[in-house]
Structures are given as C-alpha cells and as structure tokens.
Ligand binder design. Structure first.
Ligand code: MSP
Length: 661
C-alpha cells in the first residue's frame, strides 16, 4: 500500500465557500477517492486560513471576537464540505495551538542567514495578502481584485528569497514533475528567471496572527504561516509520539492542489522555505484553472458569488460535482452557467445514467419479478462481448486520464466521458437486444442474460463513478440490491462478479429539472442564502426579516396589464442630477435605441455600480421633466424598510429591448 498525502489550499474565511473554492475541494476529493479505490493509503488534508487582514476586518464588521468568528466559520465551512461529500481526513485552522507550535518550530529551523530585518514600503493588496509591484497594477488597482492597494511602510523581518533563484531553477530541472500542468510550470520558470525579491515574513502594523518568536511586536505574515499548515497537519513541531509517527509517515506531501493564482506561492516561496529549513520538498503542485461565472472572475472580494448553498439543497451534491468535473480539464479554466448546468443535468444525469438504471430495473421487475441470475459464459453473444469490452476498458482509460505525471493534467472530464461511453453502450445494448421483443417471443433465458449484463455493467459503473458522484453511486448500488458499498475498490471491477441480482423499481436518482419552472426554482435559494452579488457586509441587510405582504389591490385584466410596455434596458451611463440628492440621470440602451430616464435611486446606488446592469423599464410612460431633466420612462425597483433594489435580470441571456411580461 503506497501512502499519498494530498492537500488543498486552505481558504480565507471572510466569506463562505463559493463555486470556485468548492471546485478545488471537489476535484481534490475526487482524486483522493480515486486513489483510495486504487488501494493507496491516503491522507486528504483541508482547512481554513485565518490570519488575514480580510478575515479580521470581517469579524470586526460583525462585532465579533476574531477567534470566535473563525471558529464559527469553521462550522459553516465544514457543513458545506460535508454537504458536498468531501471526504477529508483532517481539517486545520491556522489559529489552532498545534499550528502555532509548528510555526515556531519551523522558524527555529530556518537558516538564520536567510532572515534579515529591514524597512520596506510598497503597495499591499489585502485581497492577495501580498505586496504588489508597480507593474502588477492596472489603473492603480490590483488586477485580480479590482481595488486600490494600500501604500504600506513597515520595518519587517524578511526571508531572503532572492538567494534561492538558482537553487530553485536547479530543483525544477531535476524534478520536471514538480509543477503541473505545463502552462503553470512555464509561468513559474519565467517568474523565477526574471529574478526574485525577498519577502516579508512578519507584520508590525497588524496584531491578528502568530507572534513572531524573535520579536513579539510582530506577527508572522499570513502567507508564511499558511504554507506551514501542510507541515502542522501531519505532526511537524509537535511533541506527542503520535505526531512524530504521523510526520514520519506522511511527509513530504505527494500533491498540493491549488488554484493558478497561488501556484507561485507554492512553487517558489514554499520550496525555498523548505530548502532553508532543510526539510524535504513536496513531490508535486497542481495549479488548477478557475471557474468563472459567465466568463467573469468569481471571488469573495469582488462579491459576485454563487455558492454551493445555491445549488446543493435543490439539486444535490452530485449534480454540482458532476458539472464542475465534466465541464473542463482541471488545468484549464471553466465556466458556470445555469443553462449549461441544467442541460448537463437533464442529458447526462437524468437521461443517461438515471434512465439506464430506471429502465433496466423496470424491465427486470416486469419480465423477471426482479430476480436475475448470472448466465452461463458459453451463452455470450457478439453484443454481449461488445458491452463487456466497453465496460472493461473504462478503468484503464480513467487511469490514463487522471495520471498527471504522464499526461501533465488531471482530466476528470475524459475519465467521466469514458464512463459515459459505458452508459451509452448499455443503452445501445438494450435497444439492440430489445427485451420487450424477447418477451413476446417467450425467450426468458435471453431476457435474463441481457438484463444481467446491463445490471452488472451498472454495478461496475457505480464503483467507477463513485469518486466523482459518490452519493449517486451509492444509490445505484442500493437499487441494484447490493450491499457493502463502502468496502468496494477497483479490485471489484470485473465482468459478471455477482451470482444474481434481486431488484425492484426505485426512485429516479436524478429527477429531470423541468425548465419551465427553473426561474422560480433558482431564485428561491439565492434569496435564502443572501450572498449572490452581495459583498459580505451587504449580506446582513439581506438577512433582515421580510416585509409583510402588501394588502391586496384592485384586480386588473391581462389586457390592462399588456398596455404597460415593459422593456429590458441596459444602463450605459449614470450620473447625479445636479441639486437633487435623490436623483440619478441614466442613459440606457433599449434594443439599440438610446433613451434617457431619471430615477430616484441616488441614495441607494452609486452611479458606477449601475453601469452594465440590465433593468426593466416602463417604456411607454409619457415623457416628463424632473428637476428640469427629461425622462423617457421609469425603471422598476422594489423598496421597503430595509432599502431599495432595482429589478435586474438574474440571467444574462436576454438582450436589451426584450419585452418583459
Ligand atoms: N488562503 C489562501 C491559500 C493559502 S494555501 C497555503 C487563498 N485562499 S482563498 O480562499 O482565496 O482561495 C482558496 C483556493 O481557492 C485557492 O487555491 C484559490 O486559487 C482557489 N480559488 C479561488 N477562486 C477560484 C475560482 N474562481 N475558481 C477556482 N479556484 C479558485 O488563496
């Protein structure tokens, strides 16, 4: 049994996980589950990164003690990870005593000649928790977080990273598999070749963190502390004999799974720190691509967030896991759209795997009372052989797809595609063998052979698909009348292993999403979690009690309603109306036609946050002059004691000029 220590990045806790941070955990989980099924002894590590300025700020904004806030967030994070079936073995918080011990022990090990106290001033981005160079700024803003960094002047302790340039280059050359995929390796190589700057490893203007042992007026810089979590988690710096044996067993890490934005921390600073301390360097860092939201970066700091809570309660963890893993290769970027999510759900999950299971169980119950015995091998027809071959080829194909050392990527999507080839083969096999015809011809033995082969294919598929959609795999297993699912591994992948199946018709494992009610279904969770498109501090407003329903007004006919020409308009420009505190002048595009309206929303929106929003307007309102400014329509907004919100479209697929009704 080979040990495998796999980690994800540890998350900042200034907000709950979003689809991007969840993608990383889902992917690492699928990989850990795959390794376990292969027979590896796996330690899968996750956790929270707590000593950041953003975390402290959010705790203060919520009027909470920072440690208590972090402990509360741990509960929320773990609840979300559990709801996504993430099978981590340990969860670390960087504020835990074991981590404080480990950081202190590590600082003692660092070569003292690699630490120096010196003054520094520069641009510091709290989103990145790092100093930025002038060249990293776009319009004076951090390109990643789209906000102005702060100019900081501090005297700090520095780790002399610049001394490690050549050592790192030599290390990359000797270990070509250390950085995957290739694109990340090239990025890191060119970064290191262009020269390295020393990095601050302490902060003196900030007090939330691990006291710097050499000088308690400083705390350890959050990134330096965060990277060390990988050591702490497997016992480093702790005295107990259990910690010591853990350390001996698991270090070095086999694979760090991190996002492309933080690959450089893991591939440059981290190995240099370990070299300085004389510790072994991890075997590989996989810098995965990002999940975008219709092409836009999703981030806690930008506030355009879709979270697992918006999807899992309604569609289940497997639907989200499947979508994210199936859409793109792990090394490349992917995109989340509700349209694609629903398409994939209905076609791949409901129609393909769900329907194959359902129709097979239906026929097994109808034709054979749910009792299907294994056929004699001598009976195998050509169709049987084709199905068997397709099923037997899945595992070798999956192994190739997921082997980043050979292919340079982790191709969850191709691994899934090969399972879906098996599903399609099962469907085709049923259509060709047509048990309904065999039934009319009274060929019960042939029906039994055909249905056994499909049921056994589904048994194999349940094991093969379990790293990706573990909940659904378990349901399939149960509906096949089998037991001991958790004890299965890839050794149980083989043709015709069961002597018989005893089944009945079960509930569909992926009931179709009816697209005509999707709008109504999707809005509900957004309101409940209250995090979409809202920065953390705005969230509190959303959680205030709902306004009581308005009293009923006079009823109107549909003809009366249709007299109001409601149109979708895109806001192109917005500015304050001089001398009127509450008014904004908006320039709109209504299906190519420019239009100006005046709206009483200036106390609730800054002009710049409205640009690009698609709103609904009453387009056939008589023009009016408001404070001397012409207004050709009226926008729709809702307001109550909690504030005002302009009615915008929740999906960008509808263009300006479209009629609303
Ligand atoms: N705390 C640091 C990591 C320290 S690891 C020693 C951090 N935290 S984070 O919360 O901002 O991000 C956690 C992980 O999620 C990172 O690997 C990051 O790259 C990843 N992602 C954040 N947004 C993402 C997407 N939109 N898409 C995919 N992954 C993304 O960075």
């Amino acid at each position: 049994m080979k040990k495998f220590y796999i980690t994800t990045a540890i998350d900042y806790v200034n907000n709950i996980p979003h689809l991007g941070t969840a993608y990383e955990k889902i992917a690492a989980d699928a990989y850990a589950r795959f390794l376990r099924l292969e027979g590896h002894d796996v330690h899968f590590q996750m956790g929270n990164d707590e000593h950041s300025a953003g975390v402290q700020k959010e705790a203060i904004a919520q009027g909470m003690d920072v440690k208590k806030y972090c402990d509360g967030m741990r509960v929320k994070f773990e609840a979300i990870w559990k709801s996504l079936d993430i099978s981590y073995d340990d969860f670390i918080q960087t504020s835990e005593p074991r981590h404080h011990e480990s950081v202190k022990a590590f600082l003692k090990l660092l070569n003292p000649e690699d630490i120096e106290k010196k003054p520094y001033e520069g641009w510091y981005c709290e989103g990145c928790e790092a100093f930025l160079m002038e060249k990293d700024l776009v319009d004076k803003q951090c390109a990643a977080h789209k906000r102005e960094p702060k100019w900081l002047h501090e005297e700090n302790y520095y780790f002399l990273l610049s001394k490690y340039q050549q050592k790192l280059l030599d290390f990359y050359e000797a270990n070509p598999d250390f950085i995957v995929p290739e694109v990340r390796r090239n990025e890191v190589l060119s970064l290191v070749k262009s020269g390295l700057q020393d990095i601050s490893i302490s902060r003196s203007t900030f007090n939330w963190g691990i006291p710097f042992p050499q000088d308690p007026s400083h705390v350890v810089y959050v990134w330096f502390d965060a990277l060390l979590n990988y050591l702490t988690a497997v016992g480093f710096g702790q005295d107990s004999s259990e910690a010591k044996s853990q350390w001996k067993k698991w270090w070095p890490a086999d694979l760090h799974v991190v996002g492309k934005d933080i690959t450089r921390f893991h591939c440059v600073i981290w190995p240099a720190m370990l070299m300085s301390a004389g510790l072994e360097i991890p075997k590989a860092v996989f810098g995965h691509g990002f999940v975008y939201l219709k092409g836009e970066k999703m981030s806690k700091t930008l506030g355009n967030i879709v979270t697992p809570l918006d999807i899992v309660p309604q569609y289940g963890p497997d639907a989200l896991r499947y979508y994210l893993l199936r859409e793109s290769s792990f090394g490349s970027d992917g995109d989340f759209t509700w349209d694609n999510f629903i398409k994939r759900f209905n076609s791949d999950l409901a129609n393909d795997i769900g329907n194959l299971l359902n129709r097979t169980l239906g026929m097994a119950t109808k034709y054979l009372d749910g009792k299907i015995k294994k056929p004699a091998t001598t009976e195998a027809t050509d169709e049987d052989k084709v199905l068997r071959k397709t099923i037997e080829e899945i595992l070798p194909k999956m192994k190739v797809a997921l082997d980043y050392q050979k292919s340079g990527d982790i191709n969850f999507h191709t691994a899934l595609a090969s399972i879906w080839e098996g599903i399609a083969a099962g469907d085709k096999y049923i259509d060709t063998c047509a048990p309904w015809k065999l039934s009319k011809e009274g060929k019960t033995q042939d029906i039994e052979r055909v249905l056994y082969n499909v049921l056994d294919s589904l048994r194999n598929i349940a094991i093969l698909v379990s790293p990706f959609i573990p909940g659904a795999a378990q349901k399939i297993w149960k509906q096949l009348g089998l037991e001991n699912f958790t004890q299965q591994n890839f050794k149980n992948i083989s043709w015709a292993q069961s002597d018989q199946f005893t089944v009945s018709v079960g509930q569909p494992i992926f009931p179709r999403i009816e697209t005509n009610i999707v709008g109504a279904q999707l809005i509900a969770p957004k309101i409940k979690t209250g995090v979409i498109n809202h920065a953390p501090t705005e969230r509190k407003k959303m959680e205030t009690p709902a306004t009581p329903a308005a009293p009923a007004t006079e009823q109107i006919s549909i003809d009366d309603f249709m007299k109001v020409d409601l149109r979708i308009a895109e806001i192109k420009q917005a500015e304050k109306v001089e001398g009127a505190d509450k008014l904004l002048k908006l320039q709109l595009d209504v299906g190519g036609e420019p239009r100006q309206i005046v709206a009483g929303i200036a106390l609730h929106y800054k002009p710049e946050e409205l640009i690009g929003k698609k709103i609904t307007i009453v387009a056939n309102l008589k023009p009016a002059k408001i404070r001397g400014v012409e207004s050709h329509g009226m926008l729709l907004a809702a307001s109550d004691a909690n504030g005002l919100s302009v009615l915008t479209l929740d999906r960008g697929i509808v263009g300006s000029g479209a009629k609303a009704k």
